[in-house]
Design a protein around this ligand. Structure first.
Ligand SMILES: [Zn+2]
Length: 178
């Protein structure tokens, strides 16, 4: 689902940078999609991303996730389960309840966490850390392409956004060079 949100040059940019729109995304060549932040605290740039935890103890993780009222199980079988996270507190509008991400257990061994923005992913990972941090190792992060619109041609195309950890990696590289 997408909708249009009016924004003026002097207002805060909707991408969540904290800059004026006129100094941030207005001069950009592309329109980037944004999505609402948890608790309706503004918006963030869409960055479709997945965190993959491997070799998890499926029985333990499943039991912990089932017991947490913030996650809603929508599908479960012997080896797999699927939960959606509706935020805390839940945000409801005329289209229904907003989903802020989901968690999937596969083959009782792999846990996939999917979120639409860096902020949503941070929140999901913090939630998992709280519920099952003692039995989860570091996840592997991956990203999917995002659809953007060229402001001149109106054409849509998919681009790869930067990796969530890229700023940290760049910093490390810079420190090595010094
Ligand atoms: Zn911006």
């Amino acid at each position: 689902m997408s909708s249009y949100i009016p924004v003026f040059p002097n207002e805060a940019c909707l991408c969540g940078s904290g800059k004026r729109y006129g100094d941030c995304c207005q001069p950009e060549r592309l329109w980037h999609p944004v999505c609402p932040n948890p608790g309706r605290q503004g918006y963030s740039l869409v960055k479709l991303q997945t965190a993959t935890f491997r070799n998890v103890n499926g029985d333990v993780v499943r039991e912990r996730l089932m017991a947490d009222r913030r996650l809603r199980c929508t599908d479960t079988s012997q080896a797999s389960a699927f939960w959606v996270f509706h935020g805390d507190p839940v945000v409801e509008d005329q289209y229904g309840i907003l989903c802020f991400g989901d968690v999937e257990l596969k083959h009782n061994r792999t846990l996939l966490v999917t979120g639409m923005s860096d902020l949503r992913m941070q929140m999901l990972l913090a939630l998992l850390q709280e519920i099952a941090g003692d039995c989860l190792a570091e996840p592997r992060m991956s990203q999917d392409p995002v659809l953007v619109i060229d402001k001149n041609t109106g054409k849509m195309r998919s681009i790869r956004t930067s990796k969530p950890q890229s700023s940290k990696r760049r910093l490390r590289r810079r420190q090595r060079r010094r």
